[in-house]
Design a protein around this ligand. Structure first.
Ligand SMILES: *Cc1c(COP(=O)(O)O)cnc(C)c1O
Length: 371
């Protein structure tokens, strides 16, 4: 048996006629940039997210950058980010010339620890970017309270948690404006690059609509210096089909995560995710932690089980951020997670046989090499 980390083909096979038809229709209409498909998707995604507006953009990183630009965040400003996120969250802050202020995550939820946020706030702090890592909503009620008290913007990085809900509110509806990514492997992924901003703020909505399109609201009239970062019609037409499947596929992810959780709970050396069946968790990634991570990963590779590490090197330890002067030990929680985490195969239509095989191989690792 071979178990890939992810396989999107079974999902796309389920909706293949609709996807083919969507693509055909875009080609027939021959309108490829900012047409009816993007508008339809923006309305549908805003409705799904419970926000007034959604704006389709080129990718998740651009969504973050456009939001920071629209909020006039730039040189001299500080932005609080988690120390253990995917590097895009940091790069967005760097891209607008603001300073990164990393805050450590909670070792169980893997999300930014609100108790560290307040200490990190200075007179220069303009925004906090919580990331809903692995599909789990960050502690938004506490983060929103802190932000309100200090008059700071909250911008969610919602690339990994499309569909998560807390107290009736969807991910991407808490912050002033929020970014998501439709990179193919995300819970809602397109067949290429794509992203969106969700917001209730009409002024930010208009600003970002202009910023994504050269700073222009009227063709060939440019009010501000903008970017070219537009979700294209082809991807929007595919997202219009795939959005209707998101809730079911999130349920599939949950039941796979529950099976892992149940089967692996007998191995006491493994730190399991805190909980996988809450509506605030959409199981983008099923991540465990073990001291002997590299050995287990190599063992599983030998048994044809493909795993991944999210992420092997925290942003502060990347060569690209050497100039910030952080040292090993600067962010021990992020470093501990990077050293011990392992993501197991999980994709919406993964069959039970494969889940059982993965669990069986993991158990044989621990039972044949007792620790
Ligand atoms: C995927 C991802 C992004 C960036 O999305 P792209 O569309 O690849 O630019 C940003 N933040 C997080 C947490 C992500 O997982």
């Amino acid at each position: 048996m071979i178990v890939p980390f992810s396989d999107l083909r079974p999902s796309h096979d389920q909706i293949r006629p609709e996807i083919d038809e969507a693509i055909r229709s875009v080609i027939d209409h021959s309108h490829f940039i900012l047409g009816d498909q993007v508008t339809a998707f923006e309305q549908a995604y805003a409705a799904f997210s419970g926000t007034r507006f959604a704006i389709g953009v080129g990718n998740g990183l651009d969504a973050l950058i456009l939001i920071l630009k629209a909020l006039n965040i730039g040189p001299g400003d500080e932005v609080i980010v988690p120390s253990n996120t995917y590097i895009a969250t940091w790069i967005a802050v760097t891209a607008v010339g603001a300073d990164i202020v990393p805050v450590e995550p909670d070792i169980y939820s893997y999300n930014i620890d609100p108790s560290g946020i307040e200490q990190a706030i200075s007179s220069k702090t303009k925004a906090i970017i919580p990331v809903h890592l692995y599909g789990r909503l960050a502690d938004m009620p506490t983060i929103m309270d802190i932000a309100l008290k200090h008059n700071i913007y909250v911008v969610e990085d919602n690339a990994q948690a499309q569909g998560a809900v807390l107290n009736g509110k969807r991910s991407g509806s808490f912050g002033i404006a929020n970014a998501t990514s439709f990179y193919p492997s995300k819970n809602l992924g397109c067949l290429g690059d794509g992203g969106a901003v969700t917001t209730n703020d009409e002024e930010i909505y208009h600003k970002i609509c202009a910023l994504r399109n050269y700073g222009s609201q009227k063709k060939y009239y440019n009010d501000v210096l903008g970017f070219n970062s537009r979700l294209d019609e082809m991807q929007a037409s595919i997202l219009n089909v795939k959005l209707s499947k998101l809730t079911v596929w999130n349920e599939n992810r949950k039941s796979i995560a529950e099976k892992y959780q149940y089967s692996l709970s007998e191995i006491k050396q493994i730190v399991l995710p805190v909980e996988v069946d809450s509506p605030a968790m959409v199981n983008h990634i099923y991540q465990i932690r073990i001291p002997d991570r590299d050995k287990l990963q190599a063992f599983l590779r030998n048994e044809s089980v493909q795993t991944m590490i999210h992420y092997p090197v925290p942003p502060h330890a990347q060569n690209a951020y050497k100039y910030l002067g952080f040292k090993p030990g600067s962010f021990p929680v992020a470093e501990e997670i990077a050293a011990t985490c392992l993501s197991l195969p999980l994709y919406p239509l993964m069959d039970e046989e494969k889940i059982n095989y993965v669990c069986g191989r993991i158990k044989s690792f621990f039972y044949s090499f007792p620790k």
